[in-house]
Design a binder for this molecule. Sequence first.
Ligand code: GRF
Length: 408
Amino acid sequence: MAKLGILVGPHGRGSNMAAIIEACQSGRIPAEVAVVIGSREGSGALERAAAMGVRAAVIEPGEDYGARLLAELGSCDWICLAGYLRLLPSEVLARFPNRVLNIHPALLPKFGGKGMYGQRVHEAVIAAGETESGCTVHYVNEQYDEGAIILQRRCPVEAVDTAETLAARVLEQEHLAYVEALAKLLTPTTNRQTTSPPTPPPLHSPLFLALGLPLSRVLCWILMTVFGPLRVFGRSRIPRKGGLLILANHRADVDPIAIYLACPRPIYFMGKSELFAMPVVGSIMRAFRAFPVKRGEPDRAALKLAAAYTHLGNVVGVFPEGQLTEDGKLQPLKPGAALIVRLTECPVICCGLRRTDRIMPYGKVIPRPALGWVEVHWGEPRSFVKGTPPEEILGWVESELRHLSGEA
Ligand code: GRF
């Protein structure tokens, strides 16, 4: 069953939150509210959540706010904002592509945007002479109230309305709308999460590309020279422009660093979601715009996000074995590897890593000198025509990786 995390504001009543919890507990929404997160100890909404038997947590904005939110959201699948007034940190949006909802007390796109919350919205509706108002459930993106609309419910604006009387009428509709939207999104027969387009992912900022990337390359180079050194074969085969998918064998935790140094372009790595929950490793991965993939069944949301990056002309790095190899031998490839190739529809290049496990043998976390070359071998890029059978894609990737990693 889907798990929801609800984010409330410091002064919220928590009436939408309560409507969602109640609908989950009575089975009208097929989900469980795993946590309610507020920013102020003892706020009305948090006390109400605890009284309804839901875990309530306090996270104050400040340093590492996004990372702390992600840690508290843990295994949640969706986030619902209910009275939460901030923009969400980009790493939270990246971890929950098209999985963050908000409710706004007016008919967007009118009467939304920064500063439009609470009574101000209703005052503006009345001042504009509207005869109708209502509420909007929408996806959340990097802008206030601008994500795609999921549904709206309407109600009249009476000539005698004050902001208070209108707010009360709209609020009744809000409780119905939020429950209706969640039931619609989470009920399998009408589940739209597989068809809705992914939110464009946050890309590397110009500042990171200008400063962070060269600096981190120098640090990685020093690390690899001390422990490696690194030799790269076939670098000229890497297409210098356009979307590209890199598929690499996975021998050691230092593999992303070796690939990163061996590739002249910035890479958006897909990493297993457990790593993002680790305090230091998770923050580094997010800083490099790595994005999480859940293991087990193919994680379609993560695959779509990877496709979105490549469609924007970026390079995405994936370890198709899904985990480190214990004995250095290539493991069976995950079916998601073929799915990602089909979704991205861009050139694919395989990358064979040799002897990175000398620096970090399986199960060890402290690097040690490899006492010899560590190698990265690039294959020939290949484009697959639409509809290529998954077996053909996986067969090619496997033979490439065996050959490039020196196994065959
Ligand atoms: C609601 O009006 C909602 O539309 C807005 O914030 C308010 C929260 O109210 N985003 P409550 O705390 O859910 O009662």
